[in-house]
Design a protein around this ligand. Structure first.
Ligand SMILES: [Zn+2]
Ligand SMILES: [Zn+2]
Length: 331
């Protein structure tokens, strides 16, 4: 396996940034530990993903009709490799509770906060962070054992996740009495190397500039971050799943598409105004986090930036905004 030196440098830099974050913000230490383990694993897995090609005419036709490129395609997912990665991610979660290097004196750890994807498992558990880490480890182990014992069909789970079918996912989880939210998170994460490899493969071959929607033009997911780039201040939305970036009007909601300035709001944390902001929409109650950056955020840094801007998620949640919005209003 040949590793790209520049990507290796990016991975190393992302890990250093995670260490800095964990030191400065003890409440994020547990999440930082998770990403510290997963970023290299996802990067390595991406190098072995089978290639996917879409001919130019079909790609253009799909984009013109508003259909993301990977949808409706027979994708060459390597089931064995993706299953191995899925099991590895479960073990990482199991070991977080054992390693426990993260400071635990904070009132509630990052991973136990309700709003973040990782935290939804905690709603029925103790607020003590050590206890929640142990609960999560136990839930991750149950998921891993269900796969290893052939009780859980991962292809069914991946299909549900890819189609955003929560009911189908919850059914698969409840049949084995598994934590549905944790199952979704691990399944989504295990698909990322494939989505990112296919996305990068399509990137050079397809012109995404005609895409005017908030939804990701490659995989169809909602954007999580929004970059304001360069001297011109152009805006690009970024998908955390496949890593794609696409231009989108600055003063327009990424979810419902409204351009009414009275609906849109900007919020910043004191001292971070130049780098990070929150764009909210009062019409659909959605939000995206805005990162001011000269260059596009490199793939290994996407989760790191998402974590670094956790303050903004908390502010958004406190004011009743969600990302994506609860109503299916994506444009
Ligand atoms: Zn995407
Ligand atoms: Zn909106």
């Amino acid at each position: 396996m040949t590793r790209s030196a520049s990507l290796d440098i990016q991975v190393s830099a992302a890990l250093r940034r995670l260490d800095d974050l964990a030191t400065r913000e003890p409440g994020l230490a547990e999440a930082a530990a998770f990403y510290r383990a997963t970023i290299p694993a996802l990067h390595d897995a991406q190098l072995t993903v089978p290639t996917f090609f879409l001919n130019t005419a079909r790609a253009r036709e799909k984009l013109e009709s508003g259909r993301p490129l990977l949808l409706e395609e027979d994708l060459p997912l390597d089931i064995d490799a993706t299953t191995s990665l899925f099991l590895h991610l479960c073990r990482i979660l199991e070991n977080l509770a054992i390693d426990g290097n993260a400071p635990r004196r904070e009132k509630r750890s990052f991973l136990s906060r309700r709003r973040y994807a990782w935290s939804k498992t905690e709603e029925n558990h103790t607020s003590d962070s050590q206890g929640t880490a142990a609960s999560r480890a136990s839930a991750a182990m149950q998921i891993r054992l269900a796969v290893e014992h052939y009780q859980l069909d991962l292809t069914e789970v991946w299909a549900a996740v890819a189609m955003g079918d929560e009911t189908r996912l919850e059914q698969a989880a409840s049949q084995q009495q598994l934590d549905a939210t944790l199952l979704r998170v691990v399944a989504e994460t295990s698909l990322r190397p494939a989505l990112r490899a296919w996305s990068q493969g399509l990137y050079g071959a397809v012109d995404l500039n005609e895409w005017r929607r908030g939804q990701c033009p490659i995989c169809g997911n909602s954007p999580r971050l929004s970059e304001i780039q360069g001297k011109e201040g152009k805006r690009r939305l970024r998908c955390l799943h496949c890593g794609a970036g696409w231009y989108y009007q600055r003063l327009r909601c990424a979810f419902c598409g409204r351009r009414d300035y009275r609906s849109l709001g900007f919020v910043a944390v004191a001292g971070q105004e130049e780098k990070y902001r929150l764009q909210t929409c009062n019409a659909c109650r959605g939000y995206v986090k805005v990162v001011v950056t000269y260059d596009p955020i490199p793939l290994p840094f996407l989760s790191v930036e998402d974590l670094a801007t956790y303050d903004l998620d908390e502010i958004a949640a406190a004011h009743g905004y969600t990302s994506p919005p609860k109503a299916k209003t994506i444009s």
